[in-house]
Design a protein around this ligand. Structure first.
Ligand code: ZN
Length: 242
């Protein structure tokens, strides 16, 4: 089977469309897996949900998905994120809300656990250090765990001796050896200094997961954000990938 692994689309329709076109160009996939945060920050929440639901997919909830439907309050969000959440909440249809409400926190499929933040704290925890990753390797049963939330492409590898290694997810990774926690990076708001959309394709027969970076029409998303009165800092960060 082939799966496209997408995280943190964040209502960025132009980035999402560019990734879907790239998936098709690469021969398509059996299913799209979204690691949470379909919405929040960007100008097209409803359009992104609709486009995503047209495909065979799996999806877990992210903190922005829950905040947009009032399942968590935004007091822990920074002011820009909280304001974007409020805007998103005002632009979701009842059907969109119902879909976001239906999303689970954790899914397991094949040898993969799928969460937004971490197995220990699916909604909130950022996995960016080997210290926190090491604890989380004890919190899931499968060989591999897919996470989003930090918007940074990373791989944590848990060695037999109990040591945990961290590396950027920049080259294809073989599945089948050590247990791994993999973050494909963010589609709609990359934060590793590269503004291109990030995603991955997992080929379970070839036992390999491939990272990709895809240019998209950043200006198109930014123009919509400005028209909608979304925060200029959120507009600007898309140019820089932070
Ligand atoms: Zn996010």
């Amino acid at each position: 089977m082939r799966y496209a692994i997408l995280a943190d689309i964040h209502s960025n329709l132009a980035a999402f469309q560019a990734v879907l076109a790239d998936v098709e160009e690469k021969g398509g996939v059996d299913e799209i897996w979204c690691l949470g945060d379909l919405v929040g920050y960007g100008p097209d929440p409803g359009e992104c949900i609709e486009l995503f639901r047209k495909r065979g997919h799996l999806c877990v909830a992210g903190n922005h998905d829950w905040a947009a439907i009032g399942k968590i309050d935004t007091s822990d969000f920074n002011p820009d994120a909280a304001a974007a959440c409020q805007w998103t909440a005002e632009h979701l249809s009842a059907e969109d809300v119902g879909y976001l409400e239906s999303l689970p926190l954790t899914l397991c499929h094949d040898d993969f656990t799928i969460v937004h933040g971490s197995p220990r704290e699916p909604i909130w925890e950022y996995l960016t250090s080997t210290h926190s990753a090491k604890v989380n390797f004890g919190r899931f049963e499968t060989g591999f765990c897919l996470v989003g939330h930090s918007h940074i492409p990373l791989v944590f590898e848990y060695g037999e001796s109990g040591n945990c290694l961290l590396q950027p997810f920049e080259a294809p990774i073989r599945l089948g050896g050590d247990r791994l926690i993999i973050n494909p990076g963010g589609v709609g708001q990359p934060r590793d200094g590269d503004p291109r959309a990030a995603y991955a394709i997992c080929d379970t027969e070839g036992k390999t997961i491939y990272p990709f970076r895809i240019p998209y029409d950043i200006a198109a998303t930014q123009e919509k954000m400005i028209r909608q009165g979304l925060n200029p800092r959120l507009v600007a960060r898309l140019s820089y990938g932070w």
